[in-house]
Design a protein around this ligand. Sequence first.
Ligand code: UDP
Length: 314
Amino acid sequence: MKHRVLITGGAGFIGANLAGRLLHDGNEVTVYDDLLTGRMENLAAFRDDPDFRFIEGEVEELPDLPADRIYHLACPASPVHYRKDPIKTAKTSVLGALRVLDLASKCGARVLLSSTSEIYGNPLVHPQTESYFGNVRTTGPRACYDEGKRMAETLFMDHFRMYGTQIRIVRIFNTYGPKMRPDDGRVVSNLIMEALHGRPLTVYGDGSQTRSFCYVSDMVEGLVRMMEQDGFTGPVNLGNPAEMTVLELAEKVRALAGGKPKIVFRELPEDDPVRRRPDISLAKKMLSWEPAVSLDEGLEKTFAYFRDCVEETV
Ligand code: UDP
């Protein structure tokens, strides 16, 4: 069925991939983004599509736009970016959630919150299930994002309980792929950009901390399935359960770059989670979803994407 879809933060990495997928499926897509971390070039391929439109603005000031489906993705999500102006990050998360909920209940739309694995903080339960309450330091440098998203989840659930708003909550784990910013600051983009510029690959700490990396097309599939699933609010984890150390990831990028770059180590940022891996049993059961793209395949595609970006700027 054709829907009028609104994507807040749709010029960002996941949002722009999602916009492409939804247009391809025959939907009308409006992207709303303040371009703080989102980029128009992510949307260049659909600029002339009559089913696509772009509106620039901050999510707290989202106008009343008609929609059947709202994917709420607006918020800087990379630690480097969300820590730059932590008060703005917290405001975007909390006030943005209130604004999209208000719009969704006014126009009877389904609204999906892109929450995050960061709500688990530095997890004491491993792998992380949705029933785990998390371990976040309220006063730490990551709290603006972590607590902002936790509050957004609370507001979504309360809107559902008070007004019956059709909410969906998804907790997104580390995701990578084309349309990431070269200066995104996250580990996959940093390592690949370093490799492409012939610089040493920088691993924070001793590289023994773990993450699990999900390719963006898998993530987009999970988001769409969750939105279209009836009678299930979530929260649900979406991510790739294949866990590895950051050092192992750096070795993989090094191999893609022909084994040349050196690996160097620098101080671990404060409150950097020691390990992270989603338990995706619930997504498997409720959405029949699990990632299909292996890390090797996804990294190769991402490497090629960044190589093209670098060549274009030469
Ligand atoms: N990291 C790294 N080198 C980088 C960027 C990040 O070793 O250039 C580490 C970071 O300390 C963390 C992991 O890689 O342990 C993932 O970091 P990222 O910023 O991608 O996302 P996070 O999972 O921390 O939100």
